[in-house]
Design a protein. Structure first.
Length: 184
């Protein structure tokens, strides 16, 4: 029997706090490997710790508590990704600079198009590292979702999630840039 979980079952806050302090950061890093979202990773790990504190008496742990925590975090990450219900029925995620150019820049001058194109490249470079990798593999190297997932050792859902978030960030930034250009 795991001594730590036994102490937590007895309500020993000191043991729980020590376990939390010794494992929180590594669990967040682990979660972020699935979610690529620091805040969501922190929330997921905190939820797991709260669950352990509140349900220790009912938990049947056959491995170490640490291994159990990693499994719980992984499962919660998968549930989080599933809950996002990412679908791509209309190739919504397949955006690229040409598509943006066709729809957004019809009435924009050539000079302004160059400015926006340059800004899009800057925006992509400012994305979090993993998101940036995914965007570049998809749109610069024309990888498919499955190929990106295999290359980066992540799920296809994670690829779709990151591309969706990147699209939102890029679209918001491009919209702001176009508004500024219209003011000039």
């Amino acid at each position: 029997m795991n001594l730590i979980i036994e102490q937590i079952r007895r309500g020993n806050r000191k043991v729980y706090e020590n376990f939390f302090n010794n494992n929180y950061e590594s669990l967040v890093i682990y979660a972020n490997g699935y979610l690529f979202d620091q805040q969501a990773s922190e929330d997921t790990v905190q939820d797991v710790f709260i669950y352990v504190w509140e349900n220790a008496a009912r938990m049947n742990i056959t491995t170490s508590l640490r291994a159990y925590m990693y499994t719980m975090v992984r499962n919660r990450c998968f549930n989080y990704l599933k809950s996002m219900k990412i679908t791509d029925n209309y190739d919504f995620l397949d955006f690229n600079i040409n598509l943006i150019t066709e729809h957004v820049f019809d009435s924009t001058s050539t000079e302004n198009k160059k400015i926006v194109h340059h800004q899009i490249l800057k925006i992509v470079d400012s994305l979090p590292d993993k998101m940036q990798q995914i965007v570049k593999l998809k749109f610069l190297h024309n990888y498919r979702y499955k190929e990106i997932a295999e290359e980066l050792n992540i799920s296809v859902n994670t690829v779709k999630t990151q591309l969706k978030r990147a699209k939102i960030k890029i679209t918001e930034s491009v919209t702001s840039i176009l508004i500024l250009l219209d003011m000039l």
